[in-house]
Design a binder for this molecule. Sequence first.
Ligand SMILES: Cc1cc2nc3c(=O)[nH]c(=O)nc-3n(C[C@H](O)[C@H](O)[C@H](O)COP(=O)(O)OP(=O)(O)OC[C@H]3O[C@@H](n4cnc5c(N)ncnc54)[C@H](O)[C@@H]3O)c2cc1C
Length: 377
Amino acid sequence: MPSSDSGIVHIVGAGLAGLSGNHAALSFVKAIGSESQLQGPAVAEFPFVDLATRAQWTLRFSDGRIPWWVFDKDRRVPQTGAVDYLPLARLAWTAADRPIGLVMNCTGPIYERFMGPFLRAALNIAPRHGSSRLAGALVRETLARGGKACRPLLARDGIGNVFVEPAIRTLRERGVSILFQDELLGLHFAGRRISRAEFKSGTVTLARDDAVILAVPPYVAEGLLPGLRTPSQFRGIVNAHFRIETPDHLPPMLGVINGICEWIFAHPGRISVTISDAGRFFDMPREELAQTIWSEVAAIVGLLGILPPWQLVRERRATFAATPEQNAMRPIAETAWSNLVLAGDWTATGLPATLESAIRSGYRAADLVGHLLRAAA
Ligand SMILES: Cc1cc2nc3c(=O)[nH]c(=O)nc-3n(C[C@H](O)[C@H](O)[C@H](O)COP(=O)(O)OP(=O)(O)OC[C@H]3O[C@@H](n4cnc5c(N)ncnc54)[C@H](O)[C@@H]3O)c2cc1C
């Protein structure tokens, strides 16, 4: 989980932990007892504002698999007809992995007001360059399953408080010891096995029935494992957080079209903003960026432009670049070493780099280690 570059409060992620179709994330929070901290609207509703036209609308998915909502002009995107939604089916069942721009038209109201923002947020890349296979997986797992799979899951007190702290607590309760600030510096190999792991604090020698799950970022894993091929290009994310009482009329999650902000989240005492594929903002002075974002939020929400206490989280290598080429470079969890498996949102999960992907990779790694240990017994 990335950390902030400054701090009033320490919050990672603007608050969207995923959609209700993300079964691994949901089973994980159940297992660590933090399910009640994931909140969100009871139905799949996505209010939007378009800053170019000042138009406002709410996308309202119907619950079942049959997408009745596309036939209802009060539920679908303004200026679109039911037939405009057909490219979704093409994307869902695309065979080869190609840039999305070659599979569907990346212009027009359906793209600009719905598919574009949805894909950009999920893939963290300009959608036309994104992988059609990853986009297809998203469509199949969420949109194609209807509103029940599309409710936003919001982590009111920050993603760390839902996914990380309770996981640490659960592990400690089960006797697992967790060390922080102890960098893994190198791995030693003996034939097809990892024999030793060298940490900053010292060396750990692995017993016959010990196994390693290596869950570091791809650019670190590549340095630790000879010959490992990993994604090599990345995209940034900017999250901005403002400490302010949220006005009642601000919905929990608001999509912004033709603005700098892409999604605005209302939490008690805090407004958060997400900007995906945000490389263009990394060289801007922090205060200037915070003020720029706040001015837009204030204009949308109807607040004063005076900057409240703020925090910016900028992560240049937030996710691997979700292009077809980079997607093809994701390694599977199994490695050439019999007692080492990989985990991380960048491994070959079939999903873009999200919490859901990271958690699925963790489950897969745990299953594999279970097999390894049984085989060694
Ligand atoms: C700003 C930001 C906002 C995001 N918002 C969302 C969101 O709203 N929803 C969503 O689904 N996803 C979001 N993501 C993506 C999400 O955070 C990732 O998909 C997820 O954290 C990936 O988990 P991971 O375990 O694969 O990797 P990470 O969370 O990156 O964990 C890797 C860990 O390895 C540690 N490490 C690195 N080198 C070493 C070493 N040598 N030795 C030991 N440890 C090491 C790192 O410190 C880190 O803790 C966001 C990402 C960013 C950057």
